[in-house]
Design a protein around this ligand. Structure first.
Ligand SMILES: NC(=O)c1ccc[n+]([C@@H]2O[C@H](COP(=O)([O-])OP(=O)(O)OC[C@H]3O[C@@H](n4cnc5c(N)ncnc54)[C@H](O)[C@@H]3O)[C@@H](O)[C@H]2O)c1
Length: 315
């Protein structure tokens, strides 16, 4: 029998890609979004699928409602995913990310939904002393965003122990791919690609030799689905990271090489205060628990992403 998933944040970058993937895998999907950063066109394909139902609402709504179906798993992605905004408006981000997660857990408790998979962030580790970062690395949130994610994680653990709701916490490292929003609050790859395609300079913080491990969206949605299905995953915290670290400068150079028509060039600005120098997570635990290893190479992923933005900007 096909499973039913509730995806919060379904119109966002990761949420909408996850919805499409779950529908492909014969799930029935209920998507929930307040469209704060999510966009309707991300759901174009899902809206044509009779196994998808969209509920436009806020997870903080008093009466989140009766879903009239038995839900097997909640994939909880709705959040304000911005470190910068969390510094500017910490109370707002706490409300969405921490209180919002508590609301989702209450929804799971009241509706007897057995499992919640939560999209947390590598930001909870702060500036770890040892690389690669394992799940045993001490947490040390350095921004209100990271603190809000960690608070949410603690609520998941508490509900796991108090109410038996299986929690799976995924600490995403850097993710990229089609539908990632482009704004001053976005991830650096979407900003770089948009600047290259618009022919404006790509601004790099400092020398650009800071490194990141990047994971393509198709790998993320596969791994996130597995986290909802695997019996081994209950109660786990898993790092979700690309397999190798690459410098930000090299990423910019590879993107420029994919758009030879661009008049864009690289500019170096001041280093960003508080920026983590190097970031890579160990993939050992996620491989052990979910049998997952990333499949899409950086070159393939960047090529697909540049192509997607090219046609998006034309439309
Ligand atoms: N993109 C990354 O690199 C990354 C890295 C680490 C963690 N994450 C986490 O993954 C999740 C998804 O991130 P994303 O990049 O897709 O972000 P996104 O902004 O594209 O998606 C978030 C979605 O949640 C919706 N939303 C926000 N608050 C809501 C609320 N109160 N009620 C209902 N809907 C609400 C937004 O409208 C949006 O559609 C977030 O929890 C984020 O913190 C993302």
């Amino acid at each position: 029998m096909s499973k039913t998933a509730l995806v919060t944040g379904c119109a966002g970058f990761i949420g909408s890609n996850l919805v499409d993937y779950l529908l492909e895998k014969d799930y029935s999907v209920i998507g929930l979004d307040n469209f704060r950063t999510g966009i309707e066109t991300n759901l174009d394909s899902a809206m044509n699928n009779s196994n998808f139902r969209l509920i436009k609402t806020d997870i903080l709504e008093e009466n989140l409602g009766d879903f009239e179906s038995d839900i097997d798993v909640i994939y909880h992605l709705a959040a304000i995913a911005s470190v910068k905004l969390s510094v500017e408006q910490p109370l707002l981000v706490h409300h969405y990310n921490a209180t919002g997660t508590l609301k989702v857990l209450e929804l799971a408790r009241i509706n007897q939904i057995p499992r919640v998979v939560f999209s947390s962030s590598a930001a909870v580790y702060g500036k770890p002393e040892m690389l690669p970062v394992t799940e045993e690395t001490p947490v040390y949130p350095l921004s209100p965003y990271a603190a809000s994610k960690l608070a949410a994680e603690m609520y998941l653990r508490a509900y796991h122990h108090t109410h038996g709701i299986e929690s799976v916490i995924l600490r995403y490292f850097n993710i990229y791919g089609p539908r990632q929003a482009y704004s001053e609050y976005s991830g650096f790859i979407s900003i770089f690609i948009n600047h290259v395609l618009q022919g404006v300079p790509v601004a790099i913080d400092g020398d650009g030799l800071q490194t990141r491990s990047l994971l393509y969206i198709d790998d993320i949605v596969e791994m996130t689905r597995l986290a909802g299905e695997s019996t081994n995953a209950a109660g786990e915290i898993l790092n979700v990271s690309g397999a190798e670290a690459i410098s930000v400068l090299e990423v910019a150079e590879r993107i420029l090489a994919l758009a030879p028509e661009s008049k864009s060039s690289i500019l170096h600005g001041d280093p960003r205060v508080g920026d983590v120098r190097d970031s890579i997570g160990s993939g050992d635990r996620v491989k052990e628990v979910l049998g997952f290893t990333p499949k899409v190479t950086l070159d393939e992923g960047l090529e697909r992403t540049v192509e997607w933005y090219r046609s998006f900007l034309r439309s």
